[in-house]
Design a protein around this ligand. Structure first.
Ligand SMILES: [Cu+2]
Length: 150
């Protein structure tokens, strides 16, 4: 009787491990790209630099060229709060090149639709740190993103 219980416990343990593996494998790599795709649902790849928090806001940042290449791509920041698009914020984008210790463009992002803010900014071959500052009557904060231009 006892050995039967141990045998059953062992089978259960194997099933649990197998289930975890099954759910982990698609969930971990899929999660970031899925949210980025869902956020845009349009032709342009947005949010390719991921999501970050700016105070009470959720911000995603991306370029229309994916991966970004040297030039002057359109940056799009999507701003939401509690799952709803924020359409009345002041949004600024500031770029830095940490390895060159160089300041990049600092531009105001203009609202287009559904909490999406856009600005063109020149980029070169470098690693980048991008700060998106968001301010509205609901609060303010700065989200930071990292990306590389090759
Ligand atoms: Cu530079």
């Amino acid at each position: 009787m006892k050995s039967t219980n141990i045998f059953l416990a062992a089978i259960l343990a194997v099933i649990v491990v197998a289930c975890n593996k099954e759910s982990d494998t698609p969930a971990i790599p899929a999660a970031p790209s899925t949210s980025a795709t869902t956020a845009s649902a349009t032709a342009k790849p947005m949010g390719n630099f991921g999501m970050a928090l700016a105070g009470p806001f959720q911000v995603s940042l991306g370029t229309d060229s994916n991966p970004p290449v040297p030039g002057k791509p359109k940056f799009t920041a999507e701003v939401s709060k509690d799952g709803k698009p924020v359409t009345d914020a002041k949004v600024n984008l500031e770029l830095f090149m940490p390895s060159m210790k160089m300041q990049g463009p600092k531009v105001e992002m203009k609202h287009s639709v559904d909490g999406k803010y856009e600005a063109d900014a020149e980029i070169m071959k470098s690693d980048y740190s991008a700060k998106v500052s968001v301010e509205s009557s609901a609060g303010k904060g700065t989200a930071e993103f990292k990306f590389t231009v090759n």
